[in-house]
Design a protein around this ligand. Structure first.
Ligand code: GDP
Ligand code: MG
Length: 177
């Protein structure tokens, strides 16, 4: 993507939030580098990754922020949310608790972020469908009630990862232009 560097039209900051181990870092690895790792400790410490793409003939640099493990200690700070125009609110569809905690993450997000932020609720690990603990209908209803987009994804087999990020980025583009 280097050849586009001289003519970036927009930079959109998008933050990943949600409980530890729901797959945030792997969703980012899949979207930014088309990679996946079953042992993702290797990615800890990375602040954000970028991917440049074209939306409506404009060059958009998506800057996707990862918590780098801080969510374990509830130490995600306001600096993390500063300037964010999009958020991926991620739970693990095989772990009910990670979905029940979404209300808290949403509260925290709304307390820190811009009120026009575009939010996508993401039910990750869809490849483990037989272990499903969160009905898609529950998540869909919650998302509708709260005005969020919703998709189920798999960072492992790449299902819906591209559409989830692209929907958020396209909606951000619509909002800011
Ligand atoms: P984070 O703490 O939210 O950043 O979660 P990670 O991205 O580190 O993922 C936690 C664990 O879940 C790792 O072992 C990943 O390999 C695994 N994982 C992440 N996404 C998926 C997925 O879509 N399917 C499956 N089966 N495992 C996943
Ligand atoms: Mg992580």
């Amino acid at each position: 993507y280097g050849e586009f560097n001289h003519k970036i039209d927009y930079v959109f900051k998008v933050v990943l939030i949600g409980d530890s181990a729901v797959g945030k870092s792997q969703l980012l690895a899949r979207f930014a580098r088309n990679e996946f790792s079953l042992d993702s400790k290797a990615t800890i410490g990375v602040e954000f990754q970028t991917r440049t793409l074209v939306i409506d003939h404009k060059v958009v640099k998506a800057q996707i922020w990862d918590t780098a493990g801080q969510e374990r200690y509830r130490a995600v700070t306001s600096a993390y949310y500063r300037g964010a125009v999009g958020a991926m609110l991620v739970y693990d569809m095989t772990k009910r608790q990670s979905f029940d905690h979404i209300v808290r993450w949403l509260e925290e997000l709304r307390g820190h972020a811009d009120k026009n932020i575009v939010i996508m609720l993401v039910g990750n690990k869809a490849d483990l469908g037989t272990l499903r603990a969160v009905p898609a209908e529950d998540a869909k209803e919650f998302a509708e009630r709260e005005g969020l987009f919703f998709m189920e994804t798999s960072a492992l087999d790449a299902t819906n990862v591209e559409p989830a990020f692209l929907s958020v980025l396209t909606e951000i583009y619509r909002v800011v232009t």
